[in-house]
Design a protein around this ligand. Structure first.
Ligand code: ATP
Ligand code: MG
Length: 346
């Protein structure tokens, strides 16, 4: 089994180094046949190879069993003709990553750290399933003129079916609840989504289905987040809702994500390259380590190891925190604590 690692920019290399430490420990401990290979990507690849997604990087990703990405981008490339973000879009497109999965679990340790009341966030454990390759971000025509501008929200029924099915499969192994978020009172695309959700729901009688308008869902995810299990929604609504839900634990540094397509999957923290703290050994490595856990579970079927690693992250957070969580620990120390907790769990 082959993992391609893309460290990228800013804090990317620091947190990737920690992820690799954890991965190597797990591989050694459990005798997994899993190798990892680093490739240039993002701003780092623009510097080294003159482009954000070099051919050999793309090829390695296409041939890998999973791709682990840390973070890309930074002020240096903001106005450049070639940007790290172009590389990420091209990679997502080449791997046909249509499902973006963002679990938001508020650790018991962080309940008091959340900007929201503890009584509201306690027990939050939801997943936003966002369609990633269609909708208004990709529909044509899309143009801007002096006096008018147009974007097109387009969905083919097959694009809706595959993401909705993904959401139900996920709900089946979680708490069997799917909330379809849309704007069916005004949008034709949303009405088609509802029709598809209702049809696919018939195949999953064990799952409870609710439909909610996005404006009301946006309020409810921060007023009553524990109500949700799996939220499934189109590209634009998912973009906004997943960023909104990421405030629940109080730091971007603790949330992982996965993107699935028809082939290889990509795992990455939800945050950016955090150039303001790059190179200081201050970045929170938890989001990156939890991305490793998601990879082990979803690409390699290592359910038990993944759960144990998630639990170890939780244990580490009880005593050892980086500055984003008002702690004084370094990136390395938090990883040490995660590994120590993992070892204890034998
Ligand atoms: P992007 O546009 O790439 O998503 P962004 O502008 O949203 O990036 P981030 O890079 O995610 O911004 O950083 C936002 C803030 O959160 C910064 O102050 C950054 O230092 C902080 N931050 C992000 N990730 C971490 C982390 N892992 N540990 C600590 N702080 C972080
Ligand atoms: Mg951002």
């Amino acid at each position: 089994m082959k993992v391609v690692t893309l460290a990228g920019d800013g804090i990317g290399p620091e947190i990737m180094q920690q992820a690799i430490r954890v991965l190597e420990y797990i591989v050694d401990t459990h005798g997994l046949s899993l190798t990892h290979h680093a490739y240039a990507f993002g701003g780092a690849a623009i510097e080294a190879k003159g482009m954000p997604l070099p051919k050999e990087t793309l090829q390695a990703c296409q041939e890998a069993d999973a791709v682990l990405l840390a973070a890309i981008g930074g002020p240096k490339w903001q106005d450049a003709t070639q940007t790290p973000e172009q590389g990420l879009l091209a990679l997502r497109k080449s791997l046909s990553l249509f499902a973006n999965i963002r679990p938001v679990k508020v650790s018991e340790q962080l309940v008091d750290f959340s900007p929201l009341k503890a009584s509201i966030v306690k027990g939050t454990d939801l997943v936003v399933v966002r369609e990633l390759t269609s909708g208004v971000y990709f529909g044509t025509p899309s143009y801007q003129k002096e006096q008018e501008a147009v974007d097109t929200n387009y969905y083919h029924v097959d694009e809706i079916k595959r993401i909705v099915r993904y959401a139900f499969e996920l709900a089946k192994i979680r708490r069997q609840k799917v909330c379809a978020v849309d704007k069916a009172n005004v949008l034709a695309t949303s009405r088609l989504w509802r029709k598809v959700v209702a049809e696919i729901a018939l195949e999953y009688p064990e799952c409870e289905v609710t439909y909610q308008y996005v404006d009301s869902a946006a309020m409810e995810v921060i007023k009553n987040p524990t109500r949700f299990d799996v939220i499934v929604t189109e590209n634009l609504f998912g973009d906004i809702l997943s960023d909104e839900t990421s405030v629940l634990p109080g730091s971007l540094g603790v949330l992982p994500s996965a993107s699935h397509g028809t082939g290889v999957s990509l795992y990455e923290p939800i945050h950016g390259s955090a150039p303001d703290i790059a190179g200081l050994n201050q970045a929170n490595p938890i989001s990156m380590i939890l991305s490793v856990a998601m990879m082990l579970r979803e690409s390699f079927g290592q359910q038990e190891i993944a759960t144990r690693l998630e639990y170890a992250c939780d244990q580490a957070l009880a005593t050892c925190r980086t500055p984003d969580l008002a702690g004084k620990a370094t990136t390395t120390e938090v990883t040490d604590a995660v590994l120590a907790a993992y070892k204890k769990e034998n």
